[in-house]
Design a protein around this ligand. Structure first.
Ligand code: SF4
Length: 245
């Protein structure tokens, strides 16, 4: 799976210069990337072992249509097995393709904060961390140290109530788990994060309730679809539209 258009609501396509990972926290328990490598074994000869795909690093140079690109939907770019030189090459390509917006999400918050000063944070790069329950809110402190144009949280699968410090955070995504063994998300957990975003002026995106299938229980929260995006993205998109039309 080199690059695909995707059903993920908050992005347009994926780019996977690395594939594979290993689990670091409860949000990983039913990792969908691992499930995909098992389901389509023929496409993943190394299974879910971390594999660097250098031949994919330059792919976005060929994609002309401005897109939101989720980097590494099948891995974690800040995995300890990804060398800094490889990361620099990935960031270099992102800098050469300013027509795109790149969305990177990690659970390796320590390595992110450690390596961030060595990377070029072009303003088309959005950086996020996953926070699934209160035990992992410290990931947000690491993210705050990163000089990305947009810093975001992915609270998916949301596994508990969160009390967040949203200082320096621009966007929060919330979603429930899906699959046969899904862990249900409580209404009040999602409402609380939405309310914290609203009182802090942070964009809130409610992705889905989850259930046996991703769309089983829809994506309305209190009768409304919440699809807010960070302000700088709206401005960026307006500039792109002005260039295109
Ligand atoms: S960090 Fe992400 S890709 Fe890696 S095991 Fe956890 S959920 Fe899967």
């Amino acid at each position: 799976m080199a690059s695909t258009y995707t059903g993920i609501e908050w992005t347009d396509r994926t780019w996977n210069p690395t594939i594979g990972c290993n689990k670091v926290s409860p949000g990983c328990t039913h990792c969908y990337a691992e499930a995909l490598t098992k389901r389509f074994r023929q496409n993943f000869p190394n299974g879910f072992d971390l594999t660097l795909h250098r031949e994919r690093i330059k792919q976005p140079l060929r994609w002309r249509k401005p897109s939101r690109i989720f980097v590494n939907s099948m891995s974690d770019l800040f995995h300890e097995g990804v060398p800094i030189e490889f990361l620099k090459d990935v960031f270099d390509v992102m800098g050469q393709t300013r027509q795109h917006t790149y969305q990177i999400l990690t659970k390796r918050h320590k390595r992110l904060a450690e390596l961030a000063p060595q990377l070029d944070w072009h303003n088309n790069i959005w950086m996020g961390v996953s926070v699934e329950n209160q035990d992992y809110v410290h990931r947000v402190d690491s993210l705050r140290q990163v000089p990305a144009n947009v810093r975001f949280l992915s609270c998916e699968p949301l596994l508990g109530n969160l009390e967040l410090d949203l200082t320096g955070i621009h966007w929060v995504i919330v979603g429930g788990e899906s699959g046969n063994k899904y862990r249900p998300m409580k209404l009040e957990w999602a409402q609380s994060i939405r309310d914290q975003c609203q009182s802090s002026g942070v964009a809130f995106f409610f992705k889905q309730w989850g259930g046996r299938t991703p769309k089983a229980r829809g994506r309305e929260l209190d009768g409304k679809i919440w699809g807010e995006m960070p302000q700088s993205y709206d401005n960026y998109r307006r500039r792109q539209d002005a260039v295109i039309h």
